[in-house]
Every structure is written in structure tokens, then in C-alpha cells.
Design a protein around this ligand. Structure first.
Ligand SMILES: *[C@@H]1O[C@H](CO)[C@@H](O)[C@H](O)[C@H]1NC(C)=O
Ligand SMILES: *[C@@H]1O[C@H](CO)[C@@H](O)[C@H](O)[C@H]1NC(C)=O
Ligand SMILES: *[C@@H]1O[C@H](CO)[C@@H](O)[C@H](O)[C@H]1NC(C)=O
Ligand SMILES: *[C@@H]1O[C@H](CO)[C@@H](O)[C@H](O)[C@H]1NC(C)=O
Ligand SMILES: *[C@@H]1O[C@H](CO)[C@@H](O)[C@H](O)[C@H]1NC(C)=O
Length: 573
């Protein structure tokens, strides 16, 4: 059990190579492999590698932050390259716009008995006086997961190149007394200061299948005492990874510093649920006297649970951007292909486009929207207004580089008479989308976009809506259907789905998709539901990817507005 768990984490961290190293590797290895698949994987590497997504050679991030006007991103990195799970370090890149990135030297690597088997995930906290501090999980020589502190060596250096590990490390260790299992104790959150003037940090554990956000407090950021009650827990949810806990304003889109308290604030608790590999969150109240989080509705991994993304996104983390007063979310989206294919291709895993996050005015869910900076990459705008999208039709949208695009479309529905009745058993949107994919005709919908599509429309990823009648209300289903996304048989092609809390009789149904070679991030209802998909079309070769709008329902719908741009390549080195 515990071995298989570690094995999976290792797989996520499986060392891969930057493309130039990959070329070298191919050369030295080519004697042992036949040339044909090598050539095609090399091609695939070029065609499928993203152009404006942060794609480190390795995978998920640790702690994004802003310091003296510069954004920093730390991520798990294996400088040794091909060696399995050795020397897991903190890679470090910086940016002034969250779009273009430059690498810095490795910030931390295994060097002490408390992290000799890996410097794993952690978070940055800004201490008073704008001093960043990192709490991270080290894998100690006895294989225990322990929590450590590291501080910048030179606060005058805006790049924070050098980091010093605290001589007090490890700060927190699993012991029989604290009943913490050394294999299930990781990923310290960003800390916040409670009204009592003491720091709090939460760390995920699993105890008898109960997932838990353990809470610790400290006056000096070094000596941490476990608070009697966990911040929150839920039986039978398994391990909670990469816990995030932050306040959101009930009246403004602006982000809040993690320590903000007072009225007009709700709190968000997010856990990356290791059992199901999705990021779930709950909105609720932080009772700072009792030191507990009380969710407004059950914090659940059932299909009614709230997710950041109903496609492929895991191990996300937010930070407060004090320069622009935004809370910004980064997720990680792994490949859907076999590890052997990833190795041949030379990379695996991308960061999603950073998203601004705020509380919806309903108070019931979050809204996520790609950061505005990404719009600087837009070029060659294409526009459509008030175009009828007739029943059973496909509309070509020429002039956009289909493999690197930002598409924003708004639909209006002139008449709801043809809406199908929602069956009361259709409670799971993912199942419903799987059953009613893009090729299954309906009353109102499916209508939406065909992305990364081939000219003959044999290969495409469909992102679309269906509208059902549910007693006196309408229910909007948003789906991303991967079943036709590639002629390649090498990866899983699920259909993802979410219900969208919008009333299509009162407002347009909007959809924005960011397309970048092998990733499609879609935002429905102005950011009410997000679906990230990994796809590997063969048509992208030679930039043959097309963009279409389609309607496979009986009811005609109207495109009230469509704007699409080709996207320039970001500078990411
Ligand atoms: C681990 O990585 C660091 C940083 O690149 C390097 O200095 C160190 O020698 C590496 N250790 C091993 C055992 O490879
Ligand atoms: C600290 O960083 C500043 C700015 O880069 C530099 O001028 C200074 O020499 C550094 N101090 C030390 C002790 O390295
Ligand atoms: C990574 O991708 C594989 C293949 O699609 C999937 O089974 C697994 O759940 C993914 N892992 C995460 C953390 O999303
Ligand atoms: C459909 O309506 C029923 C009864 O009002 C409600 O319980 C259910 O949640 C609705 N379904 C959806 C998907 O909104
Ligand atoms: C159409 O979309 C563009 C780009 O999103 C936006 O600037 C414009 O205001 C929209 N127009 C209408 C009529 O909604």
C-alpha cells in the first residue's frame, strides 16, 4: 500500500529531459532502437510541445510568489536527468509578467539527513518586513516525510538566487506520540497569521482513510505546536495533498492576503485528493477562535463536490499577488500518454495558464479566469457577430492558427421549446457527457467548438453545451469530448463534464478556450466551470489544425459574438 503510493508519486516525478538533452539522448541511444519510432516521437515532441504554457523539464510547482516586483516559480526538478527519483530539487524560474520565464540556478537540493531523499513540495509565506520563508517537505534518510524551513540568503537580491536551510530543521517530524504516519505527511501550506498573533500552517495527512488538514501554530515560524483539532477532516477521502487555504472577498474580485480576516470574507479550503487525483475545494467560514474551517456545504469527493477543474488538473497552488491584488492559481496537468512515450518525447506535464480566482456573487463557488497578461500574446484577431448556427451544421472559422489560439464565443438561444427533459437520474455531469458526446444529437445542443480539428473533421476535440429543462429551470451541461481528439490510439480519451450555474434564458452562454498544441483549457459561463484536457492530434503537424463552431442539436442557435486570436509563442527558457 505505502509502497505503491510512493511509487506513484515517483512516477509523477519521473525524470525527463529538456528537448536539447533529448536530442543528445536519442543520438547515443539510437543504436538500440529502430529509427522509425524515434523520428515520429521527435516530431511529436516538436508538434505537441506547448508554446505559451510553462513547461519545465520536470513537473509540478512548489511555491509561486512575488518579491520586489518579480514573480518566482519553484518546481520539482531532477538535475541528474535520467536517474529515477534521485536528487529531487527545487527548480526556480522568474518572470515579470507570469507569461515569459527565465530560469535561475536550482534553489534547493537534497543535502542534509532531513531531506537527503528529496526536497519535495512546499509553500512560500511572506513574513513581516516582506521576507519570504519557505516551508517544504523533505524526505529524510529514514524515509520519513518531515517539514523544513529555508530562507533567502540575501534579501537585497531581487532574484533570491540562494536559499539557506534552517539549522533548526527538521521542524516537524512524525512520531508515535503524534500518531503521524511518516509516509502520509506532506506539502505545508502558505502560513497565515491568526488574530492571536501566531502563525498557522496546515499540512495534509491521512489517518485510517480519513483525510485531514492538520493545523500547527507558531510564534517564531520555527517552533510549531499541533493545534488540538485539525482545520478540517473528512472520513474515507484518503490522503490530502497540496492543501491550500485562503480568504476570498464576498464583495470584490480582488484577492486578499492569506492572513486577512474580518467581515466580508469567506475562506476556501482546497485539497488535492490523492485517491482520485482531482483538486476539490469547499467554501466556508474560518472560525479563528476554535481554529476550524466550517464548510458551507459538505467537503466531498462525490460528483457533487466542487472542483477547480473538471478535466485534468492536480496539485494546484494559489498565491496572493500583492502588486496587482489578485489571487492567482496555478495547476499542473500531466500527460495522458504512456511514460515510455513521454520519455521518448522528452518532456511531461505542463503548468496551466495562471488563473485569477475570486468568489462568485452567488457565494457558492469560485470563478476562474486566465490572467490578463496572457492576452499580450494575442495576434491576428478574427471576429464574427450575430451569426446563425443552424441545426446540424459546422462553421469554419478561418484565419486562426488552430494549434495556438485563444477563442472566445458567446451563444444565445432564441427558443427553448426543444429543450430535452433532464432525467432525474442524470446527476453526474461527467457520466452524462460521456453518454451524450458531441456526435449524439439533441434538442438544444450539443453546440460549441471543434478545436485542433483536421480539415476533413475526422479528428477534433469538441467543447460544447447542452441545455435541458429541469421542471421550471434550465440546466446547462458543459462537456469536453476527447473521443475524436486524435487518430492515435496511444492515450486515454475521456469525456469530461460539469454543470454550469447560468440561466441561458437570461444571459448568453459563453465559452473561452485556450489551445496550445497538446492542451486545451476551457472556461464556461465566464469562468464558472473549467475543463482542461490533454490531447495529441496528428493533424497539428504542419499547422493543419482548424477551428470550427458546430451545432448538432435540433434547435438553431445564434453566435452573438466570436473573437479568436492566434497566440504568439511565449519566451520560456
Ligand atoms: C544534486 O543536485 C545538486 C544541484 O544541481 C548538485 O549540486 C548535487 O551534486 C546533486 N547531487 C547528486 C547526488 O547528484
Ligand atoms: C546581495 O545582493 C545584492 C544585490 O544583488 C548585491 O549587491 C550584494 O553584493 C549581495 N550581498 C552579498 C553578501 O552577496
Ligand atoms: C496522469 O495521467 C494519467 C493518464 O491519463 C492519469 O491516469 C493520472 O490520473 C494522471 N495523474 C494526475 C495526477 O492527474
Ligand atoms: C433538477 O431539479 C431537481 C428538483 O428541483 C433538483 O433536485 C436537481 O438538483 C436538479 N438537477 C440539476 C442537475 O440541477
Ligand atoms: C465580443 O467579444 C469581444 C472580445 O471578447 C469583446 O471585446 C466585445 O465587447 C464583445 N462584443 C459583444 C457585443 O459582446
Amino acid at each position: 500500500m505505502s509502497n505503491s503510493h510512493l511509487w506513484l508519486i515517483c512516477m509523477l516525478l519521473f525524470p525527463l529531459f529538456g528537448s536539447s538533452e533529448y536530442i543528445k539522448l536519442v543520438t547515443s541511444d539510437s543504436l538500440h532502437m529502430n529509427l522509425e519510432p524515434l523520428q515520429s516521437s521527435e516530431l511529436a515532441s516538436l508538434q505537441q510541445r506547448t508554446a505559451f504554457h510553462f513547461q519545465p523539464a520536470k513537473n509540478w510547482m512548489n511555491g509561486p510568489m512575488i518579491y520586489k516586483g518579480i514573480y518566482h516559480l519553484f518546481y520539482q526538478y531532477n538535475p541528474g536527468g535520467a536517474i529515477w527519483i534521485q536528487n529531487i530539487s527545487w527548480g526556480h524560474s522568474i518572470s515579470t509578467d507570469l507569461v515569459n520565464w527565465s530560469p535561475l540556478p536550482i534553489a534547493m537540493w537534497p543535502s542534509e539527513s532531513y531531506d537527503i531523499k528529496g526536497c519535495w513540495s512546499g509553500s512560500v509565506t511572506m513574513l513581516p518586513g516582506n521576507k519570504p520563508a519557505v516551508l517544504y517537505t523533505g524526505i529524510a534518510s529514514n524515509n520519513n516525510q518531515v517539514q523544513n524551513l529555508a530562507l533567502p540568503k540575501n534579501l537585497s537580491d531581487p532574484y533570491l538566487v540562494e536559499w539557506v536551510k534552517s539549522p533548526k530543521n527538521p521542524l516537524l517530524t512524525p512520531t508515535p506520540t503524534n500518531k503521524i504516519d511518516g509516509e502520509w505527511f506532506r506539502d505545508p501550506s502558505t502560513a497565515w497569521m491568526n488574530e492571536d498573533g501566531q502563525w498557522r500552517v496546515t499540512i495534509g495527512i491521512e489517518r485510517d482513510r480519513t483525510g485531514m488538514a492538520l493545523l500547527y501554530k507558531s510564534e517564531d515560524f520555527i517552533n510549531w505546536i499541533e493545534v488540538t483539532n485539525p482545520l478540517h477532516s473528512k472520513e474515507n477521502t484518503g490522503m490530502w495533498e497540496c492543501i491550500d487555504f485562503y480568504p476570498v472577498s464576498t464583495s470584490s474580485h480582488k484577492g486578499l492576503d492569506t492572513s486577512t480576516t474580518g467581515c466580508g470574507i469567506k475562506h476556501v479550503l482546497k485539497s488535492s485528493m490523492f485517491d482520485v487525483l482531482h483538486d476539490y475545494y469547499a467554501i466556508g467560514t474560518y472560525d479563528s477562535d476554535k481554529d476550524i474551517f466550517i464548510p458551507d456545504t459538505d467537503f466531498t469527493t462525490e460528483h457533487s463536490g466542487l472542483r477547480y477543474d473538471y478535466g485534468k488538473l492536480y496539485a494546484s497552488k494559489t498565491f496572493f499577488d500583492s502588486a496587482t491584488r489578485r489571487r492567482i492559481l496555478w495547476g499542473w496537468s500531466n500527460e495522458s500518454t504512456d511514460t515510455s512515450i513521454d520519455v521518448a518525447r522528452g518532456w511531461a506535464g505542463v503548468q496551466t495558464i495562471p488563473r485569477s480566482v475570486w468568489l462568485d456573487k452567488s457565494g457558492k463557488q469560485l470563478i476562474q479566469w486566465p490572467i490578463v497578461e496572457i492576452e499580450n500574446l494575442r495576434t491576428n484577431k478574427v471576429n464574427l457577430h450575430h451569426e446563425l448556427l443552424k441545426s446540424e451544421s459546422v462553421l469554419d472559422v478561418p484565419g486562426v492558427t488552430g494549434s495556438q489560439a485563444d477563442v472566445d464565443i458567446a451563444f444565445s438561444i432564441p427558443n427553448f421549446d426543444k429543450a430535452e427533459i433532464l432525467d432525474p437520474t442524470w446527476t453526474n455531469p461527467q457520466v452524462l457527457c460521456s453518454r451524450k458526446g458531441a456526435s449524439v444529437g439533441g434538442g438544444i445542443g450539443p453546440f460549441g467548438l471543434l478545436l485542433l480539428a483536421s480539415a476533413d473533421v475526422q479528428e477534433y476535440t469538441a467543447v460544447f453545451f447542452r441545455v435541458f429543462r429541469n421542471e421550471t429551470r434550465y440546466v446547462v451541461l458543459m462537456c469536453t469530448d476527447l473521443t475524436k481528439s486524435s487518430l492515435s490510439l496511444d492515450y486515454d480519451k475521456p469525456t469530461y463534464g460539469a454543470f454550469l450555474d447560468v440561466n441561458p434564458a437570461k444571459e448568453d452562454l459563453t465559452l473561452r478556450s485556450l489551445v496550445d498544441h497538446s492542451i486545451i483549457e476551457s472556461f464556461g459561463g465566464n469562468g464558472k466551470a473549467c475543463i482542461t484536457a490533454r490531447v495529441y492530434p496528428t493533424s497539428v503537424i504542419d499547422s493543419e489544425a482548424h477551428l470550427y463552431a458546430f451545432n448538432n442539436g435540433v434547435q438553431d442557435v445564434k453566435i452573438s459574438n466570436l473573437s479568436a486570436w492566434s497566440m504568439k509563442k511565449a519566451e520560456i527558457s
